[in-house]
Ligand binder design. Structure first.
Ligand SMILES: [Zn+2]
Length: 138
């Protein structure tokens, strides 16, 4: 007699399409996925993908925030130049804006590297940079 429930419990070893590592999958699922042209992805790669999505959102938000801040800083510089206030340190202001845009460039570079390599090392590096950026903001 047909017993589809017990079929589901049978596992087979398959290779992940992304990292090539072997993992266990329900028997027959691989064939179904291949027929539907779906990727066979292991748990680790799914987790990595989720982390990347979260990071990307974080970068986009921080880029938007920093852009606003840079614009605000530039407006401030313009205002102060217009009023020619003696107390205003233009050089320091420009340095701060420069530093901020360099950090931004670096974070976008790292994000591209994460995208290209899926390397955990870059994710860690990015997280550190992001924390640093947030500290500088506050
Ligand atoms: Zn994988």
């Amino acid at each position: 007699m047909p017993d589809s429930d017990s079929d589901k419990l049978v596992l087979e070893l398959v290779a992940c399409d992304r990292c090539k590592n072997p993992f266990m999958m329900q028997k027959g699922k691989k064939l179904k996925k291949q027929q539907n042209n779906e990727e066979i992805v292991c748990e680790n790669c799914i987790k990595l993908e989720k982390r990347k999505k979260k990071l990307e959102l974080g970068v986009i938000n921080s880029v938007i925030e920093s852009q606003k801040e840079i614009e605000a800083s530039i407006m401030e510089v313009k205002d102060k130049i217009d009023f020619s206030k003696a107390t205003f340190n233009k050089k320091q202001y420009l340095e701060e804006i420069k530093k901020k845009s360099q950090s931004l460039t670096k974070s976008i570079d790292l994000l591209q590297k994460i995208d290209e390599t899926n390397d955990e090392k870059y994710i860690e590096e990015y997280k550190k940079l992001f924390e640093k950026l947030q500290k500088e903001d506050s």
